[in-house]
Ligand binder design. Structure first.
Ligand code: FAD
Length: 301
């Protein structure tokens, strides 16, 4: 089929993986099993999130530092403006540079009072995500990624406000946007058209959340006003008590979404791993991304 031939025509696909800092030794073991399993796929970078209100500052730093020490992966540390003075944030940023980190995902973050409250910047803090991007770039020559919202940010009055903010972040020095997850690819492409019409030319990398637990994903989608198409719901219908089949369906559904994006020209993906490797590993395999030994074997064959 056309799809098969286009895929095998070998346009290289780049991937990155997102993790969150573990809270317990058990979660740490799960995370490191996942990192070890995914590392041979040679992602462009792996990112580590920053808890709401800076609650994971130490854990994020520790996770990123361990990635630097124990792997050859390029880590990206998420950082927000929330509840911290500029001096404190700058210290964190310098600490990352000194530890060998060269990539920051710069975010405003959610209001300290929780989602739904009005955002009030810290009086001595960075006032916005664009301000933080500029601050990070002033400190050192970091690569800086930022967020993008194909269905607009829940706080946002209009797409225009969202695009203004994305533009400000890029003008401040961001070189990549990573999207909030979405499940309807048309929404992504309509958004991309709006971004390009503004003359914003940085990559807008789709953030992919492989759905393995449909109920959880649907709750998340409701909370974040992310559209969940009926076709996905129907794929998981009747499987609430059948995790084994659900896992197979999850891989099929994610593959369907990702292949459609590839067919429509996407060459870079950011995966929200939720610290689990299986599903993401399988999707990468389908995309032709293999560990080096397997890739050499295939080439020899
Ligand atoms: P921005 O891009 O600065 O703004 C988002 C939207 O808010 C704007 O588009 C606009 O609609 C509205 N807005 C902002 N400022 C104004 C203004 N002055 N006037 C009018 N409207 C305004 N959160 C974490 O706590 N830790 C993380 O590690 C983390 N990682 C993330 C990674 C990705 C890829 C994404 C997409 C989100 C992540 N988030 C994270 C969530 C993010 O912090 C929240 O969505 C937060 O509410 C907005 O932060 P932002 O940097 O996306 O905001």
């Amino acid at each position: 089929t056309e799809r098969r031939s286009r895929r095998s025509s070998g346009r290289p696909i780049a991937v990155s993986f997102e993790f969150f800092p573990p809270k317990t030794p058990e979660m740490e073991a799960t995370l490191w099993n996942s990192i070890t399993r995914l590392a041979p796929l040679a992602p462009k970078f792996v990112s580590v999130t920053y808890g709401a209100g800076g609650s994971t500052r130490e854990r994020t730093h520790a996770t990123v530092a361990r990635i630097v020490e124990e792997t050859r992966l390029a880590p990206a540390a998420h950082l927000t403006c929330v509840a911290a003075a500029k001096g404190e944030v700058d210290e964190v940023v310098r600490g990352y540079w000194d530890a060998g980190v060269r990539h920051i995902v710069a975010l405003r973050g959610d209001p300290p009072g929780g989602v739904g409250q009005a955002y009030e910047p810290h009086p001595q803090g960075y006032s916005s995500s664009a301000d933080l991007v500029a601050g990070v770039r002033r400190i050192a020559n970091f690569e800086v990624s930022v967020s993008a919202y194909p269905e607009k940010h829940p706080e946002s009055a209009s797409f225009d406000v969202d695009l203004d903010i994305l533009q400000a972040k890029v003008e401040a020095g961001a070189t990549r946007a990573i999207t909030q997850c979405f499940f309807d690819n048309d929404i992504y492409f309509r958004y991309l058209d709006k971004v390009r019409a503004r003359g914003i030319d940085v990559p807008v990398v789709p953030g992919i959340l492989p759905v393995s637990n449909f109920k959880q994903a649907r709750n998340f989608a409701e909370k974040t006003a992310t559209y969940m198409p009926d076709w996905i719901a129907s794929r998981f219908e009747g499987l609430d008590n059948d995790p084994e089949t659900r896992k197979l369906i999850a891989a099929a559904v994610a593959a369907e979404q990702v292949f459609d994006l590839v067919d429509r020209g996407v060459t870079e993906f950011h995966f929200y791993t939720l610290n689990r490797a299986d599903l993401v590993y399988a999707i990468c395999h389908l995309l032709g991304i293999r560990p080096p030994a397997a890739a050499e074997g295939a080439a020899a064959a």
